[in-house]
Design a protein around this ligand. Structure first.
Ligand code: SF4
Length: 444
């Protein structure tokens, strides 16, 4: 049964030493009760507290870190729906590499690092499926080479226990995932290999009951770095199975299903593959393996994942300050917009596209977009004027005109009142129209 914050607080030392990062033991107890902290963060917890709280404070979905050099935490989710609080660890997007594929492809996968709204996105793991006619030695050699080239954790899909054993040993300590390609090798031997080489084990079985039995047995044996690979045969079944298992873990506290989910996607059709991966991102996927390296498909999935796994209570924002876009001088034009990351990157990108250097003022707007910030009173003539005075814009530029977003044309008068000597120009509403505005209005 879940303990309340007050019950948990009674088991903590009560010294308020702050070493856990919370200001008091009570504050830490509340975080534990909400499953937003781990008891291990308190270095002074007594054995009694560990025993009593250990199970109660475990997140309902077991957290696992995959990778040693490029580390991706997965699991630890505490809500069914993002709007209830937030999702914690974004799913790893992985790419399948056929055994024997040219190693330059592995390097390409590793080098693929698109940047979106200031965040570098990347493929988090490489899956290697053993060829049916391949020997254990050749397979393990190939796995070792791919790991050496990329340092990405591997998802090792061996055809038998001997191959799994050798491949795991070849990348020992990489915290890769060993896939039990058939139920008969998801036995005690596979667990021993995972334990020996500090790897994660993927459990699979034909149905949820089978998974339940395997995870229960392996956990009882003392190994718990597990992920689950459900065997489903349609998008609908996948959607249902993921949802039922996650609900069982979160709402019914069924620990045997409280693990991240691994899914190999390969429908034979790029569009269907994308749809299947999107379903995983939206519905509790933990590791999603795409069948091949397709940058167009990957950027779609990585961008969707970034959107879903942003904390809805904390919009992604950039630091409020005066930004130099390109190499502006004292006569360069000055623009203003909000500190919502997407807005900042769109506007700065369009200024760059127009081929000019400029100053971009980003006042504090709590990460809201232009219209939302204006409606909330965070992007008014008075607040922008105050910020511009604080950063002493007058001393930094000779320019005495400021371009505001077209959506808030109504604040131009108020801004001019707050900034005597400045002229306010109303720019376009959409960032995409900035280039035309710069060429047709500013440069005239
Ligand atoms: S580290 Fe432990 S004793 Fe110190 S404040 Fe946190 S919960 Fe209390």
């Amino acid at each position: 049964m879940a303990l309340s914050g007050l019950q948990i607080q009674k088991l903590l030392p009560g010294t308020n030493c702050k070493e856990c990062g919370s200001s008091t033991c009570m504050a830490f107890a509340m975080k534990l009760a909400a499953k937003k902290a781990m008891l291990s963060e308190c270095p002074h917890a007594s054995d009694e507290a560990k025993q009593t709280l250990g199970a109660a404070s475990e997140p309902p979905v077991k957290g696992v870190k995959i990778g040693a050099d490029v580390v991706s935490p997965i699991g630890e989710e505490i809500v069914m729906y993002r709007h209830e609080k937030t999702f914690v660890n974004k799913p790893v997007i992985a790419v399948n590499l056929d055994e024997g594929a040219d190693l330059s492809l592995a390097e390409k996968i590793r080098a693929y690092r698109p940047v979106r709204v200031g965040e570098e996105l990347f493929v988090g793991a490489i899956a290697i499926t053993q060829k049916s006619d391949s020997e254990a030695g050749a397979f393990s050699e190939y796995c070792a080479k791919v790991y050496e080239k990329t340092k990405l954790p591997l998802i090792i899909r061996a055809k038998d226990l001997t191959s799994l054993d050798k491949a795991s040993a070849a990348v020992t300590g990489s915290h890769s995932i060993l896939c039990a390609v058939s139920e008969d090798i998801a036995d005690k031997e596979a667990v021993k290999i995972a334990q020996r080489d500090n790897q994660v084990l993927a459990i699979t079985a034909p149905d949820v009951d089978g998974i339940f039995g395997l995870t229960t047995m392996i956990k009882a044996g003392g190994f718990n770095d597990l992920v689950i690979e459900f065997q489903t045969h349609s998008l609908c079944e996948t959607f249902q199975t993921n949802s039922i298992a996650r609900k069982a873990a979160l709402k019914n506290n069924i620990k045997a299903l409280g693990y991240a989910f691994l899914r190999f996607i390969n429908t034979g059709n790029a569009m269907d593959d994308t749809i299947a991966a999107v379903t995983e991102i939206n519905k509790f996927g933990g590791i999603i393996v795409m069948p091949s390296f397709d940058p167009a498909q990957l950027i779609t999935l990585l961008a969707l994942r970034q959107n879903i796994y942003t904390d809805p209570q904390k919009p992604i924002q950039v630091e409020p300050k005066l930004y130099a876009i390109g190499e502006p001088d004292k006569k360069s034009p000055v623009f203003v917009t909000t500190n919502f990351s997407l807005t900042y990157f769109l506007v700065s990108g369009e200024i760059e596209n127009a081929g000019i250097s400029a100053w971009l003022i980003i006042p504090e707007c709590e990460g809201f977009s232009v219209l939302t910030a204006w409606a909330a009173g965070k992007f008014s003539g008075a607040s922008i004027g105050k910020f511009i005075k604080e950063i002493e814009l007058e001393k930094q530029v000779d320019t005495r005109s400021i371009v505001i977003p077209g959506y808030v044309a109504q604040i131009s008068g108020e801004l001019e009142e707050n900034l005597p000597g400045f002229k306010v120009l109303v720019g376009p509403s959409e960032a995409a129209d900035l280039e035309g505005f710069i060429k047709n209005v500013l440069k005239k």
